[in-house]
Design a protein around this ligand. Structure first.
Ligand SMILES: NC(=O)c1ccc[n+]([C@@H]2O[C@H](COP(=O)([O-])OP(=O)(O)OC[C@H]3O[C@@H](n4cnc5c(N)ncnc54)[C@H](OP(=O)(O)O)[C@@H]3O)[C@@H](O)[C@H]2O)c1
Length: 239
């Protein structure tokens, strides 16, 4: 299935997996709506992608953990781009610590961003897809959404919840030809992994953001009658 001339919104598009996917989709001729909090990241990507690939790129700064900001960003982008076929819920945050030691504000912020942010953005985007009877939503979960580990209570809870929400929504909207997928990467070599102190191991063999983008493209290119429900992607690098 060709993606040419489709329109995608990507949250967390300024860095890491979101940025790599924006570049991969731009190469396919997909028009883009990019969301993150840092305007500078979005502006430089907008400039690079629109001039290199001749696609439409709109940007909206928003903290997706804020319901009003998330809603406004999606609304603005759909208006500017005039369409929405693909939503990549990718923006996320990771911090690790023992449950009793972690600052409750931090714990809440992880849930607020990874779960509530994904919900706010999806809620704002879904009516457009329902009214056009089609679309694809990809939620970036994590292996941390499939199994818990010490110090991961907030992050694991947020990602388990994203997988639950994905499965429920998938059942709700598949009759409207809307495909909802959760991807569960293990550690990817990004700023998030470095800041959270995740083990990177041998950097040359580490999974890269571009590798996850490849999987996202493959999922989007499946024939419209099928979709990937969940898919794990692991680094071959033994950590
Ligand atoms: N890296 C890994 O090992 C790994 C593994 C499995 C799953 N994941 C998941 O993959 C996703 C992307 O992670 P990444 O590694 O690519 O992270 P990253 O390199 O840190 O990039 C995260 C992006 O999300 C944006 N963002 C963060 N919080 C936001 C908020 N509240 N509102 C709007 N934008 C926000 C950041 O920009 P601003 O700071 O400018 O807002 C940035 O553009 C996350 O959901 C993460 O949990 C990552």
């Amino acid at each position: 299935m060709t993606l040419h001339n489709q329109t995608a919104i990507i949250t967390g598009a300024g860095k890491g997996i979101g940025k790599a996917t924006a570049i991969a989709l731009a190469k396919e001729g997909v028009n883009l709506g990019l969301v993150a909090r840092s305007r500078a990241d979005l502006e430089s990507l907008q400039q690079e992608l629109s001039s290199t690939y001749g696609i439409k790129v709109s940007i909206a700064t928003a903290d997706i953990s804020n319901r009003a900001e998330a809603g406004r960003a999606v609304e603005t982008l759909i208006k500017e781009l005039g369409a929405l076929d693909i939503l990549l819920n990718n923006a996320g945050t990771a911090q690790f610590g023992k449950l009793v030691e972690m600052d409750p504000d931090q714990w809440e912020q992880i849930i607020q961003t990874n779960l509530m942010g994904t919900y706010y953005v999806t809620r704002a985007a879904l009516p457009t897809m329902i009214s056009q009877n089609g679309g694809s939503i990809i939620n970036i979960a994590s292996t941390a959404g499939e199994r818990g580990f010490a110090t991961g209570s907030a992050y694991c809870a947020s990602k388990f919840a994203v997988i639950g929400m994905t499965e429920a929504l998938m059942q709700e909207v598949r009759k409207s030809n809307i495909r909802v997928t959760a991807l569960t990467p293990s550690t990817v070599n990004t700023e998030l992994a470095a800041k959270a102190g995740l083990p990177i191991g041998d950097e040359d063999r580490m999974m890269q953001a571009e590798d996850v983008a490849e999987l996202i493209l493959a999922a989007l290119k499946l024939p419209q009658r099928v979709f990937l429900k969940t898919a794990g992607i692991w680094t071959t690098n033994p950590q």
